[in-house]
Design a protein around this ligand. Sequence first.
Ligand SMILES: C[S@@+](CC[C@H](N)C(=O)[O-])C[C@H]1O[C@@H](n2cnc3c(N)ncnc32)[C@H](O)[C@@H]1O
Length: 264
Amino acid sequence: MAGATRRPYGVVTRGTTNPNRLRRVDNWIVATCGDLLRGAPDPLVVDLGYGATPVTAVELRARLATGVRADVRLVGLEIDPARVAAAAPAADPPGLTFARGGFELAGLRPVLVRAFNVLRQYDESEVPAAWRTMTAALAPGGVLVEGTCDELGRLGGWLLIDADGPRTLTLAARLATLESPAELAERLPKALIHRNVPGERVHDLIRALDDAWLAAAGYAPFGPRQRWLRAVQSVKDAGWPILDRPTRWRHGELTIPWPAVQPR
Ligand SMILES: C[S@@+](CC[C@H](N)C(=O)[O-])C[C@H]1O[C@@H](n2cnc3c(N)ncnc32)[C@H](O)[C@@H]1O
């Protein structure tokens, strides 16, 4: 039935959000997906599930417009019609609009989708179908950035996913308040959060990072950034296929290919 296929796919969940909560992932998107957006014939981006207020959608549009290309078009999609109505005053067409939609992306063909703190409230078993639905709607070569963070955006974890599935996991922390990398386990993406148990690769990674952080305690007097850089380098030296260079690590990030952490 045509009406059934138009129904947004998903369920309304808590709308918790906060200004600047998603700055870490946004800065990573600008750095990592900037070229993809710059080369796109239509620089359309979707922020899926922006929440009770559209503040993080407004911020993503601003970061992309200043950091990547001024003509970026961001559409905030929400499954809750009341949240779509509430966001209307923040619209700034054509660069920023809001509409109702779910994982099917409301018929849009974006080159990039950010879906943050959305799948966290679903069951783990629902994740693969949600990924498949979103990536099937992407423009050719497009990507999905799907992840989770804490309420203030101090700790986060996200996956870069394309039509072939997940490519990388990124962990990110505000180093000034990080006591131990083990805290990152609470903010793993939904596909991994229940896998921080012995025998799973992501558990081994977080343990290796935690051990390296402890071993790098001597760097603490030089600041948490130096300590993190040392810890990430040690994890890499131990054989973990850490990606990127220290220029990204210094932001409190660590990115690793999906096969190194995917559930067994
Ligand atoms: C916790 S809020 C996240 C807000 C914002 N992205 C952030 O990270 O701060 C989750 C939002 O996702 C929306 N949502 C849940 N499933 C959805 C779906 N399938 N499609 C669109 N929105 C969805 C909920 O209605 C809710 O407003």
